[in-house]
Design a protein around this ligand. Structure first.
Ligand SMILES: *[C@@H]1O[C@H](CO)[C@@H](O)[C@H](O)[C@H]1NC(C)=O
Length: 214
């Protein structure tokens, strides 16, 4: 009985700690990019100086420029573009894909993602962590949604005949993005080519060559 009471108390404490980090403690904390305070996120602007523009951003209807080697473009609508998102735990992106365009494998270290197709046909997939490394993939059409769970590596590819576009929502105002290949080949300074080559079971000279081109 006593141990049950202790367990209930510990659970209650866990829930209150978890909730404390999610529920706002004021109406808003609009980001002040010039703020000097070193906080976990961005400091709040003086509420008296907040205007409707802090909660506004336009352009979700504008396709991004996909003329690049990936044939895709991610346009972000997060706390960097909309200061009023600060501390609220939500943000969005628009992703455009040229024919054969793809969004290379990446993770968002601070969010789950709800991906929604606006136009075209897009193959999506994510892979679970060790030990199973299960690959979940599906072909989506206009209006279809797919979830990329918190932190898992995922990708998208335009498999239709024309352009494709999607919007995605994140449960973080600053979800972050870690691109798998670029992390291996473009870090400054380089991750030692031997480590990259042996991790991917590639020839070390091949890796050195890719790294030198970045
Ligand atoms: C798209 O990007 C390419 C490559 O950077 C550039 O040459 C082109 O002018 C851009 N197109 C538009 C419409 O901005």
């Amino acid at each position: 009985m006593a141990s049950n009471t202790i367990l209930v108390c510990i659970l209650a404490l866990c829930f209150s700690v978890a909730l404390a980090s999610v529920v706002p403690v004021q109406d808003f904390c609009v980001a002040d990019p010039k703020g000097q305070a070193l906080v976990n996120g961005v400091a709040c602007k003086d509420p008296k100086l907040v205007t409707p523009e802090d909660f506004f951003f336009s352009g979700l209807d504008k396709p991004g420029n996909t003329s690049n080697p990936f044939g895709s473009k991610v346009t972000s609508f997060n706390v960097a573009q909309i200061p009023g998102l600060n501390t609220l735990g939500i943000s969005m992106v628009r992703v455009d894909y040229a024919p054969y365009g793809f969004n290379a494998p990446h993770t968002h270290p601070r969010a789950s993602e709800l991906f929604t197709v606006l136009e075209g046909t897009i193959e999506v997939g994510f892979v679970t962590g060790n030990p199973d490394l299960r690959h979940f993939k599906k072909v989506l059409n206009k209006g279809d949604m797919f979830v990329f769970p918190y932190g898992l590596i995922h990708y998208q590819k335009n498999v239709g005949n024309g352009n494709a576009a999607a919007i995605a929502a994140f449960n973080n105002q600053n979800a972050g993005m870690i691109p798998l290949a670029a992390t291996m080949y473009q870090s400054q300074p380089d991750i030692c080519d031997e480590i990259v080559a042996r991790s991917f079971q590639l020839d070390q000279g091949f890796v050195k060559n890719i790294q030198s081109k970045q």
